[in-house]
Design a protein around this ligand. Structure first.
Ligand SMILES: [Zn+2]
Length: 145
């Protein structure tokens, strides 16, 4: 189920945008993600782009590491992730949808988390990470007898 963003959600997007605008190198750190804890505290991180996808660390995973090592995990009972990316021209910004690998991390750590997504028409919405990854890895189903 998707919902429209409220002003606090937009504030989180802007938090990620402001972090990205401070990127020390737009070719290596071209995505910033932000997460908001249950009590409203926000944490952010950059991606670490190595030129090939599997060796890179997405901003959402970096953000998750920063946030969970900074505060008690129980403060993340309700979390919201947002990611902002420079467009290829490096002059414009857009919300980047979270990749499948990061969705799996998010669902594993925070099953009730939400993510801010960009719809096909460019509008923004809030969606459950579980809804975005309906068939994510789960080793407790599909038992073969
Ligand atoms: Zn990712």
């Amino acid at each position: 189920m998707k919902e429209k963003l409220d002003s606090n959600d937009l504030y989180l997007v802007n938090f990620a945008r402001d972090l990205l605008l401070k990127s020390p190198d737009r070719n290596k750190f071209n995505v910033a993600a932000a997460v908001r804890s249950a009590d409203g505290e926000m944490f952010g991180a950059y991606n670490s782009f190595k030129g090939y996808w599997s060796g890179s660390v997405c901003a959402e995973v970096g953000c998750l590491a920063v946030a969970t090592s900074s505060v008690a995990p129980k403060r993340f009972e309700a979390v919201l992730f947002a990611a902002v990316k420079f467009d290829a021209d490096q002059e414009s910004l857009r919300v980047a949808n979270t990749c499948g690998r990061c969705l799996q991390w998010i669902v594993d750590y925070f099953p009730d988390a939400d993510c801010i997504i960009a719809e096909k028409d460019g509008s923004l919405a809030v969606a459950s990470a579980r809804d975005l990854l309906p068939y994510g890895y789960n080793d407790s189903r599909g038992i073969i007898e």
